[in-house]
Design a protein around this ligand. Structure first.
Ligand code: GLN
Length: 287
C-alpha cells in the first residue's frame, strides 16, 4: 500500500483528489482537519493547505485507512437529527436505532416517565427528551465514562429546554429505587453473540466491547432487562428493546413468558426485525 501523504501547498481540490477514501469520508475528514464547513470546502476549493493542515489531514486519512470509525475520528455522529459527541467509551449511534425512538414516541403517554437502559452516548434518551418536552427521561449506564459523554450530549442538545434528562450510574435496574416505576422502558443492550465474527470487523473492532456483546449467547442482557422490567413498569407500560437480526422470536418468547401483552416485533429500514416489545398487563386485564 502506498503511504498516504498530502503535501503542503496542495489546494482543497487537490487534497480531495489525493485521498484514498470515498468522496463523503474525504469531505468529512477535510472539514475536520481544516475547521471548514461543507460549503466552505466548495467556495474555497483553491485555498492551499498549510504544512500543519496537510499534516493534520494526512494523519486523519491514515487513521481511517487503518480502520478507525469515521465517527470516532471526527468525534461526532448524527442521530435523530441531533449531533452527538462520540468517544471510544460509547457505541456509535446507528440509524436502525432510530426505530426504537419512533416506537417509544408513539407509545409514551403525555408527561410519561421514560427509562433508557444502557444509554451510552445518551442518543435514545436525548432524542426522546428533545422530541417531547413533556417526557421525564431517566437514563442509566454501568459505564461512568459513557455517562460523562451522555452528560455532555444532554447539555448540548437540551440546553435551555427545561427538560434535562436524569443520568444515573447503574447496572441495568440495580441503581434504581425499589418501587420506582416508569410508563415506558427502552433499551439497546449488548446483544451480539460471543465470538461472532462481526466483532472483529469494521467499526465494531474499535467500539467498547461491553456495549456490543454480552460475552454469552447474545440474549443474557435482553433476559435481564425483560425479567426485571415488571418491577419498574406501571401497569399498561411498554418495554421496547433493540436486538440482533435473528433474535426477534427469542425476545418475543421472553416477553410472553413474563405475561406481556401485545408482544410484537418491528422491522428496520433494511427489512430486518430489529425491535421487539410488549405491554405489561393493566390490573384486572390479564390474559
Ligand atoms: N447494532 C450493532 C451492530 O450490530 C450492535 C449494537 C448493540 O449491540 N446494541 O453493529
Amino acid at each position: 500500500m502506498t503511504p498516504i501523504r498530502i503535501e503542503a501547498g496542495c489546494d482543497i481540490g487537490c487534497a480531495q483528489r489525493s485521498s484514498p477514501l470515498d468522496a463523503l469520508e474525504t469531505r468529512m475528514l477535510l472539514m475536520h482537519a481544516l475547521g471548514l464547513t461543507r460549503v466552505q470546502l466548495i467556495t474555497e476549493s483553491e485555498r492551499r493547505l498549510s504544512a500543519d493542515e496537510a499534516q493534520r489531514f494526512t494523519a486523519l486519512l491514515q487513521r481511517r485507512v487503518a480502520g478507525e470509525p469515521i465517527a470516532y475520528i471526527v468525534g461526532q455522529r448524527e442521530f435523530f437529527g441531533l449531533p452527538f459527541l462520540v468517544t471510544k467509551d460509547v457505541l456509535i449511534p446507528r440509524p436502525e436505532t432510530e426505530l426504537l425512538v419512533e416506537l417509544a414516541l408513539e407509545r409514551a403517554p403525555q408527561g410519561g416517565r421514560i427509562l433508557d437502559l444502557g444509554t451510552g452516548s445518551g442518543a435514545i434518551a436525548i432524542a426522546l427528551a428533545h422530541a417531547r418536552a413533556d417526557l421525564q427521561v431517566s437514563a442509566v449506564d454501568v459505564s461512568r465514562a459513557a455517562l460523562e459523554v451522555a452528560q455532555q450530549n444532554a447539555a448540548h442538545n437540551l440546553a435551555g429546554r427545561g427538560n434535562a434528562i436524569r443520568l444515573l450510574h447503574s447496572d441495568w435496574y440495580r441503581g434504581l429505587q425499589a418501587g420506582e416505576r416508569f410508563e415506558l422502558i427502552v433499551a439497546n443492550p449488548p446483544y451480539i453473540v460471543a465470538g461472532d465474527t462481526h466483532l472483529s470487523r469494521g467499526d465494531l473492532r474499535f467500539e467498547p466491547i461491553g456495549a456490543l456483546t454480552d460475552h454469552a449467547d447474545g440474549l443474557s442482557a435482553l433476559r435481564t432487562i425483560v425479567n426485571g422490567a415488571a418491577a419498574h413498569l406501571m401497569p399498561g407500560g411498554w418495554l421496547l428493546m433493540e436486538h440482533g437480526y435473528d433474535q426477534a422470536a427469542a425476545v418475543r418468547e421472553l416477553l410472553i413468558a413474563q405475561g406481556y401483552q401485545e408482544v410484537q416485533s418491528w422491522q428496520d429500514l433494511a427489512g430486518i426485525e430489529r425491535a421487539t416489545g410488549g405491554m405489561l398487563p393493566r390490573a384486572g386485564h390479564r390474559g
